[in-house]
Design a protein around this ligand. Structure first.
Ligand code: TRP
Length: 384
């Protein structure tokens, strides 16, 4: 069975129904990020990132152990990735912005995996050349955000298979079909590549340890829908003598349409980093706000930022400053600012942000090689 119940289902490939996060945390057996853990972030980083302050990262596995290790003088490395089924959207950007903060505060190596194999295997309409092409495009967004090549490694699965495969088959040998079926909800219609794929997603969690020849803790900031992969991987890599990777889960991020989520394969579901100003404007003018029927009602009753996709864009990327965000929230709730004005403000902010990003993104084309994994034979890890 996929992890879920009648109300909602959450797997890496399907999120259905209205997600109850308390139930999800219980079902998955993760822990809430509590005040005590936030204090540890604060203590080591010197500040709390806005995505932690705003509860967007809300759940974890083993982060207290990570800080214990850090305090003993054993630093960690970072890993996450994305499936290149389209261009980079605001949701991916959110994850990368947070990861960049982690890297800056904790000075650690970062591995970013582009799973062109996964998206090819799971999307009937995508050819391998399409996902390979998107992988290179998505990599540009990582570089444009300012990650440094010295401590950032970009992995493209189909390109770097030679380095990943020896570790992937060691994972694969320890995952039965029955486990994969139970965790991911596979049935007889799934192709065999899909069944094997999770072993590739496990590899970067141990690759750094394998390369340096001793165990290094791994921290993975990720959407909670990806948890299933690491429930499997954590058991398996432990048996292989590696540390279990720690996880930092983010919530599902609503898209621009009512009740919808952001999807790389649906261009209207979110702003994308490659959107030109006219597209930004069109998408945001059509965005769902949950506003009232008319201006008079809105002035009287105010809006509802919780369900508003424009406000979500502020929360996630465009307004990191809490005081500014609160001011917008206040003006919305009291009816002092109407949706039209608020949308225009976002159109402005997003157009400026994205045009600066796009400039850096174009310059990144020549730099990609500096970031790609250098192929080498992995060393055998020793236990610490
Ligand atoms: N499967 C992820 C996706 O579809 C991509 C991915 C690979 C990933 N490795 C990861 C995501 C590690 C989070 C953490 O987007």
């Amino acid at each position: 069975m996929p992890s879920g119940n009648e109300e909602f289902v959450v797997t890496p490939w399907e999120v259905r129904g209205k997600v109850d996060y308390d139930k999800l945390v219980k079902q998955f057996g993760t822990e809430r990020i509590d005040e005590a853990l936030l204090k540890r972030f604060q203590k080591h980083a010197g500040e709390l990132h806005y995505l932690l302050r705003r509860g967007i990262y809300f759940s974890h596995r083993d982060m207290n152990w990570v800080f214990d290790e850090l305090e003993k003088g054993h630093p960690f490395f970072l890993y996450n990735g994305r499936g290149p089924s389209g261009h980079t959207h605001i949701g991916h950007l959110t994850q990368l912005i947070f990861t960049k903060w982690m890297q800056e505060k904790f000075h650690c190596p970062y591995y970013f995996q582009l799973t062109d194999d996964e998206k090819f295997l799971f999307h009937p309409d995508l050819e391998l050349k399409d996902t390979q092409q998107y992988a290179r495009e998505n990599a540009l967004d990582v570089i444009a955000l300012g990650f440094k090549p010295a401590d950032t490694t970009i992995i493209i699965d189909s390109m770097h298979a030679r380095s990943l495969y020896p570790l992937a088959i060691q994972v694969a040998k320890r995952v039965t079909f029955s486990t994969a079926r139970a965790v991911f909800g596979f049935d007889n219609s799934n192709n065999i590549g899909q069944i094997f794929y999770t072993s590739f997603q496990a590899v970067p969690a141990i690759l750094h340890s394998a390369r340096v020849g001793h165990n290094v803790p791994c921290v993975i900031p990720l959407g909670i829908d990806q948890d299933a992969h690491f429930r499997v991987a954590r058991d398996v890599v432990d048996k292989m003598g590696y540390f279990k990777p720690a996880l930092l889960h983010s919530m599902f991020l609503p898209g621009l349409q009512e009740g919808g989520k952001m999807s790389a394969s649906d261009p209207d579901s979110s702003l994308f980093t490659v959107d030109p100003p006219a597209v930004i404007k069109r998408k945001l003018q059509n965005a769902f706000t949950g506003g009232r029927g008319n201006a008079a009602e809105q002035r009287k009753l105010g809006g509802n930022p919780e369900v508003c996709s424009v406000f979500w864009n502020y929360r996630l990327v465009f307004i990191p400053d809490d005081a500014k965000l609160q001011e917008i929230e206040q003006r919305c709730r009291t009816g002092a600012m109407l949706c039209g004005e608020c949308k225009n403000m976002l159109i402005d902010l997003a157009a400026k942000f994205l045009s600066a990003h796009q400039e850096k993104r174009e310059k990144a084309r020549d730099k990609l090689d500096d970031y790609l994994l250098k192929e080498e034979t992995a060393k055998k890890p020793s236990r610490r």
